[in-house]
Write a protein that binds this ligand. Sequence first.
Ligand code: HEM
Length: 352
Amino acid sequence: MSGGGHGDWTYSEYLNLHELLDLQGEERSISADEMHFIIVHQTFELWFKQVIRELSEVRDILGQVPVPEDEIPRAVEHLGRTTEIFRLMANQWTVLETLTPQGFLAFRDGLGSASGFESFQMREFEILLGLEDSDRIGGVNALDAFRKMAPRGEQHENVLARLEEVSSKSSLAESLMLWVERTPIMGSFFESEKDDESVLHYVDAHLSAHKGICDSASGSSEMMAARMKASHESAISFLKPDGTPDRKRAGLLFIESYRELPLLAWPRKLIDAVVELEESMVKWRHSHARMVERIMGRRIGTGGTSGVDYLDATSEYRIFKDLWAVRTILVKPQKRPELVNSEFYGYNSAKE
Ligand code: HEM
């Protein structure tokens, strides 16, 4: 970068604008269509860079034990910004949709096997969030493609090293659930003397309320009764996977069930922010698939996948599975177990 220094910048110096505007491949005499294709990709990759930065901050905040309470609002802000970036990116596909199928075919061969599938930044934020290989289509190892590319040179080796590093750290999802596990449940602290007993009592009380609701919804239809029975059984195996309560899930259930308690305000905001983020990512993946279907139908992708079918399948990915699953087993507020130790949650106005 030339000229300028702290406090003495021109606009173009501060933004490295000349360097940035020299990276669109015009030396190859590309068409307006192809330049637009490149610029859209580059803007996405710039946003990916910011997404990684925002999510790394959240992971680091939540990775602390205990998580300093005054840092939670900051984690929520980083998540909120990331969600807005995904919403913006989901709308950005419409710019690409101005490319006609013929216009795309005119330069597609030149891409060779280059594909968004090789976006290392996309893989980095997926890993950082906690997407497991076992949940990927075909259970593929996310790093395999980058291992194959590594011999192409130093930059590729650095990419692989960076992805290996992020894989070796705790993901945001893991840290989040370790934090949720420490939620005081009915005033009982994690790892305190009678905590196991209190949590069991709470989980059983919730399950009993859940059973009551399932029983009354069963009605006289056999099919409905079978459905309600299955629904209650899945609530049991969610909350007590090995016969004893899973404290992480019990913590989540407690936060979602008693959302109005002042002490739970930030925990619920944090969880809402994570759900909103994952929802925005799913919608972004979905709109990518629709754009691709419109421009190239059901051809196979340059990266060698089935194309649209592959992209549609990726929109089924859920990283924060328990955050989604807990919604299925909630009961209405009138039926939830009565709150004990309400004063602990700052709810002094609770009836005696
Ligand atoms: C005409 C425009 C586009 C077409 C036809 C297209 C097509 C595809 C296809 C078919 C795939 C599946 C992998 C493969 O076999 O290649 C894919 C993956 C991907 N594309 Fe696009 N794409 C387009 C634009 C974009 C843009 C602008 C971005 C922004 C960075 C992008 C990012 C990605 C990413 C990150 C993946 C990997 C998805 C995953 O594995 O979960 N694509 N694309």
